[in-house]
Structure formats: C-alpha cells, structure tokens
Design a protein around this ligand. Structure first.
Ligand code: CA
Length: 220
C-alpha cells in the first residue's frame, strides 16, 4: 500500500512516517501544499493523510482542487483546530475521515484500515457518454469497449466532458481542470490537449462551440 503523508511539522511527520512504515505502508512524505497537490494529481497512491495548516497552499484548497481534478484517493484529514466548522469544511471539501490533533497513532492506523476496507467494498465507478466509458478511480478510459491510453491531463479533460453528458463545457472550466498540471495554463495548452483527445477518440466526438467551449457528441 502506497500512502502519501502531507504534514509540515517535522517532528510529527517523522514520527508518523516511522509508524506508518512499521505498519507496512510505503510512505511518501511531503511538507507543503503545492507539492502535495502535484503528487495527488500524479496519482498512484492508495491513501493520503493530509494536514490542514500547510505552507504555500492550505490543506483545504489542496483537497478541493484535487477532487475537482478527479482525484479519488481516500483522504484522512488531520486538524489541529478542534472545531466543528473545520471538520464540516474538510468533509465538504472531499475528506473521507478526519482526526483532531493530538491523536494516538494507533487510532490513525485503525482509521486508515477502515478507509481501505470501505474502498474495497465500494462498487466500481463508471461514467459514460457517447460510447466513452471512464473509471475515475482506476483512471481507465474505454472507447466503444476498447481501452484507450490517456495521460492524466487528457483524462481530467475528458472526465469534465463526459460528466456534462453532451452539454457544452466552457473553455474556462476546462482550463481550471488543467490548473496545476501545466505550469503555464495558456489557452494554447488546452487546444493541444483537445487535439490529442480528438486524435485518440475520433475528431467528430468532440464538437467545438465557437467562442464558448466544447461538448461530446455521439459518433455519426
Ligand atoms: Ca501544520
């Protein structure tokens, strides 16, 4: 099991990393919000433990932006401020569980085991439109039953279009989905990714609505 630990307190981070490794997890430890968001978007983790008070980008924003980009990994939030409002905000931002500091590492380990059990029992998630099937948990895309290899950026864009189910998705919204993937989110980058998607899916499946954005359409 690969776990992403995001905690800026060096002492607590070291202790947690050690406890998690002893419990059998492969641990990647990051100490700021920007690197955390990049790592979450890159994917490959089974679990994440996220502190809320982080330098460079607040933990709540990390979580909101990761969820908006289709990142589905179970996240346990650590919060120093033991207030109901913080817990509500964390859950609304897409946290699966939370733990108030200070806590006993044994409770953290038990809660992580519970999250993994919940994930194993959750049904396969599938979203589909116009012959395209996406599994946002496994990052798998199928076109008319055939697996299509898509880099994460293209997958995130396609997910927005599939979720809209044929309605137009604005260029602004699609560019937000790319935010964090590309350092320079120019409108040109969006065109490049759309071009690649059209090449892989068939040009006719992604329609351009001039001056507005894009939409998926069934193949003729
Ligand atoms: Ca902190």
């Amino acid at each position: 099991m690969r776990l992403l630990l995001i905690e800026d307190d060096a002492l607590l981070g070291e202790g947690l990393q050690e406890a998690l490794r002893r419990a059998g997890y492969t641990v990647d430890w990051l100490q700021d919000g920007i690197s955390a968001l990049a790592a979450l978007r890159d994917g490959g983790f089974d679990l994440a433990v996220l502190d809320l008070g982080l330098p460079r980008l607040d933990g709540l924003r990390v979580l909101r932006e990761a969820r908006a980009a289709g990142v589905a990994v179970p996240v346990l939030v650590l919060t120093a401020r033991d207030e109901v409002r913080d817990r509500v905000e964390a859950l609304d931002a897409g946290a699966d569980d939370f733990l108030g500091k200070p806590f006993d590492p044994a409770e953290l380990l038990a809660r992580l085991r519970a999250l993994l059990r919940r994930r194993e029992h959750s049904p396969r998630m599938q979203l589909g439109f116009a012959g395209i099937e996406l599994d946002p948990v496994r990052f798998e895309a199928h076109l008319d039953g055939q697996l299509v290899e898509l880099p994460r950026r293209e997958f995130a864009l396609l997910l927005s279009l599939v979720e809209a189910a044929g309605r137009v998705v604005s260029r602004d919204l699609l560019q937000q989905r790319l935010y964090g993937w590309d350092d320079d989110v120019s409108s040109n980058m969006l065109d490049v990714h759309i071009h690649h998607l059209r090449r892989k899916l068939g040009a006719e499946r992604i329609g351009t609505v001039r001056g507005v954005g894009y939409r998926l359409q069934a193949a003729p």
